[in-house]
Design a protein around this ligand. Structure first.
Ligand code: HEC
Length: 127
């Protein structure tokens, strides 16, 4: 008989917990797909690379200098899973006509590994 008197609220609370957990997990997965996560160490290395290779004389995170803001680049390609790879190509070979009339010079002297890290770093600035 005690069963019959169980408050409907406690049942609801139990489901709410499950639903909240589910939503949090879905959100976390979405985040992981949208912005391939960089470890703090990778992010620090990427920032150094960007400084040492002159990227930051033409780019900033949030405003256009000579080249587009990195957050704009990340937003433009945000849904594209292969974005980092195609950005790496743009960085290595140079790029022209995607953002305006000023071209980006090529960076053929950098290692593929460094370039890919920079590309992933740019994508991680997506808000
Ligand atoms: C001389 C200035 C200059 C330098 C140095 C420079 N960029 Fe660029 N960058 C640009 C310009 C201009 C564009 C836009 C090119 C276009 O319209 O296609 C651009 C575009 C980009 C894009 C977007 C490419 C795309 O496919 O949409 C990325 C990512 C990028 N730069 C990253 C970098 C990184 C990383 C470095 C350093 C290794 C770097 N840039 C150095 C000027 C520069």
């Amino acid at each position: 008989m005690a069963q019959a008197f169980r408050s409907p609220f406690s049942i609801k609370a139990k489901y709410m917990k499950k639903i909240t957990l589910f939503l949090m997990m879905a959100w976390a997965c979405g985040q992981a797909l949208a912005a391939p996560a960089l470890s703090p160490k990778e992010a620090a290395t990427a920032t150094e690379l960007a400084k040492n290779n002159g990227c930051l004389s033409c780019h900033a995170l949030d405003e256009k200098i000579v080249g587009p803001a990195y957050s704009k680049v990340a937003a433009k390609y945000g849904d594209d899973k292969d974005a980092a790879v195609s950005l790496a190509q743009s960085i290595r070979n140079g790029s022209q006509g995607k953002w305006g009339r000023i071209p980006m010079p090529s960076h053929g002297n950098m290692s593929n590994e460094d370039i890919l890290l920079l590309a992933r770093w740019v994508m991680s600035t997506h808000k």
